[in-house]
Design a protein around this ligand. Structure first.
Ligand code: USQ
Length: 398
């Protein structure tokens, strides 16, 4: 049986990944400090869906399927020695690393939130790499990165999967070509930490031969997977608030409760998307196709389609009859951009993408209607401003 450690296995993509891998026969160990639950408490919000404790979730999974998922309360960023001891005792074959603060607006809330996000994310990744090398563990490390490392320039050229071929002229006037890591261009402190992660991976792959796959994931939408549907207590978390809710899921929840869809600015931002079911399938595919020791970091673009924010709002409005509101944008980002992304590598491995279709969109609206009584409407607006200037403009407009 292949043992996989899922770091951050209690989160929005982590939990359905654990269920998916367990159903595929992996021996799954969750390492998590439950920080996401503490942040809910800090922000005074809760998942739209009622979530049980992690221990209760794993108990229900065992009851329903006979399979065990183990839980270990470990803080990767703070407890280096505990992490190292756990890895040397369990020696997992593979490690999936989700254990980072993943919301851009949360990372921009205040100087404290910036520090927390940088310290937590960079230390977690470095502690992990450091420990793996120190104990001589040849585990395949699969990291959940982000499409946001590329940035959203308006050039319009297709974004390759991680590496960019560049032509350079030698001193002798000869043209040579070289592949470089695509230039990092983060749009938030959170996205910046994922850019820093990339450098850590490059170094440890080169210096110590660590086998690493970095998944540059787009915005996840949807809530259920085949396994979370099995029992009400296996339900996934579902964020709707202005910090953790992501754009399409927010629009669907807003539509369900008659709240005007919160489009930032003109809604000309184009982003990459992937359904949660495809997200967990991609992680399975990545685990099944590890790089060889000594290879460079393997990078996949984990997305299936691109959409413009205002087009998504128009689609949700058409299906549900919701109104659209164009709000001042709290973020510093390009107002209008095109986005073309290469994703052939997952398609070649057999990914059959789930694309936006009304049935799946309506399913999310139905989930939101079912739990609408849990929504605090005052937590819907996105209140984290990217700069002090933007904060004063937004405050002034209210
Ligand atoms: N937006 C709106 N209205 C809203 C919320 C967002 O117009 O109510 C806009 C934002 O201004 C932005 C776009 O929608 O232009 C995407 O925002 P988002 O909150 O859906 O996504 P983002 O902050 O980029 O972060 C999310 C996840 C993050 C992941 C990233 C993938 O929280 O963990 O890495 O998506 S990506 O966007 O491809 O970098």
């Amino acid at each position: 049986m292949t043992t996989v450690a899922v770091l951050g296995g209690d989160g929005f993509v982590g939990w359905p990944t654990c269920l998916h891998l367990s159903s595929k026969g992996y021996d799954v160990h969750i390492l998590d400090n439950l920080s996401r639950r503490w942040i809910d408490t800090e922000l005074g919000v809760q998942s739209l869906t009622p979530m049980d404790s992690i221990q209760e979730r794993t108990r229900i999974w065992r009851q329903e399927t006979g399979r065990r998922i183990h839980f270990h309360l470990i803080d990767l960023a703070k407890d280096y020695e505990v992490l190292k001891r756990w890895l040397s005792e369990h020696r997992p074959d593979a490690i999936v690393h989700f254990a980072e603060q993943r919301a851009a607006p949360y990372s921009m809330k205040s100087d404290r939130h910036k520090n927390y996000t940088v310290n937590n994310n960079v230390n977690a990744t470095h502690n992990l790499l450091n420990a793996v090398v120190e104990i001589g563990l040849d585990a395949h490390l699969v990291h959940l990165g982000t499409m946001g490392v590329y940035g959203y320039s308006t050039v319009g050229a297709a974004i390759p999967e991680g590496y960019l071929p560049v032509g350079i002229e030698t001193m002798a006037g000869e043209q040579v070509s070289q592949e470089i890591l695509y230039p990092a261009n983060p749009g938030s402190i959170y996205h910046m930490t994922k850019c820093l992660d990339q450098l850590l991976f490059q170094f440890y792959a080169k210096n110590d031969g660590v086998r690493i796959t970095d998944l540059h994931q787009g915005i996840v939408w949807g809530t259920h997977t085949d396994q979370t549907r099995l029992h009400p207590q296996l339900v996934n978390r579902f964020d709707y608030d202005g910090d953790y809710g992501t754009v399409l899921n927010r629009f669907l929840i807003q539509a369900a409760i008659g709240y005007p869809l919160t489009v930032h600015g003109t809604g000309g931002q184009t982003r990459a998307f992937i359904h949660i079911q495809d997200s967990v399938r991609c992680i399975e595919l990545a685990l099944a196709n590890p790089p060889t020791r000594g290879d460079r970091v393997e990078i996949f673009n984990q997305m299936t389609e691109t959409h413009r924010v205002r087009d998504l709002a128009a689609l949700v409005a058409r299906i549900t009859g919701a109104e659209v509101a164009n709000l001042p944008n709290p973020r510093k980002e390009v107002a209008e951009n095109d986005l073309v992304v290469r994703n052939e590598k997952f398609l070649a491995l057999g990914l059959d993408p789930i694309t936006l279709e009304e049935g799946l969109l309506s399913e999310v609206v139905d989930v939101a209607k079912k739990f609408a009584y849990r929504i605090d409407r005052s937590r819907i607006p996105a209140a984290s401003a990217w700069t002090k200037e933007i904060a004063s403009t937004i405050d002034g407009s209210e």
